[in-house]
Design a protein around this ligand. Structure first.
Ligand code: ATP
Length: 203
């Protein structure tokens, strides 16, 4: 039995902070591989700047084209509608019957876990790991870790140097044609965004 990571997000667009989290946790937690899982875009969200599935999937593929241990999964995008993580884990467990699934996330998502659908079942059907900056390994994260353990889950919070960047900040830079966006994006993703004129004002 090996551990397979699952890293979900909107990835609108995927950036170096996501990759850094993924690579660091993969190494710290000894994962065999990681599945990058972009969420499905409901049609009404496209109007609000969330790019369509194919575009976000393509950027994810470009971001990891040179990383053998990180694969892009279109499972949630293909399923359409809203995907709940607990259902995604069920579906993946059928695909990886001999492996343990390990959900990867940032500390902001970790703290929202009790709001997730069937979270008590979710924490028992996979391991959950999160990354937090050392100075943020505060009471709230420790409390959440203790809570998950108390209801029978397996979890771990790892200290790491999280890159202070978000997709929202990058979209803003791209809208303003600020070339420093390139500092936070994998090269091929930045080139793709420029080529297809993504995240421009009024689009
Ligand atoms: P947005 O700004 O559009 O909300 P985001 O940059 O926060 O996007 P998401 O796709 O929403 O990215 O996040 C997916 C996952 O990546 C979440 O678990 C989140 O905690 C984590 N994450 C986001 N940014 C970083 C970062 N800079 N370093 C480490 N983890 C991150």
């Amino acid at each position: 039995m090996a551990d397979v990571g699952v890293f979900g997000g909107t990835f609108n667009p995927i950036h170096n902070g996501h990759l850094h989290l993924c690579q660091t946790l993969m190494q710290k937690a000894g994962l065999k591989k990681v599945l990058l899982m972009p969420v499905n875009t409901p049609p009404h969200k496209i109007a609000h700047g969330l790019l369509d599935n194919d575009t976000r999937l393509q950027m994810c593929r470009l971001a990891v084209h040179d990383q053998a241990l990180i694969q892009v999964s279109d499972l949630e995008c293909r399923r359409q509608g809203k995907s709940y993580t607990v259902d995604t884990i069920d579906a993946l467990q059928a695909l990886y019957p001999n492996d343990r699934l390990v959900l990867i996330m940032g500390s902001d998502m970790y703290l929202t876990l009790p709001e997730w659908k069937d979270y008590q079942r979710l924490v028992k059907s996979c391991k959950i790991i999160a990354a937090a900056r050392e100075e943020h390994l505060g009471q709230s994260l420790q409390k959440m870790q203790a809570h998950i353990l108390s209801i029978g889950g397996d979890t771990q919070v790892y200290p790491m140097d999280v890159l202070p960047i978000s997709s929202t900040q990058i979209r803003r830079m791209l809208e303003e044609k600020d070339p420093s966006a390139a500092n936070y994006l994998p090269k091929a993703v930045y080139a793709y965004i420029l080529q297809h004129k993504l995240y421009q004002k009024g689009e």
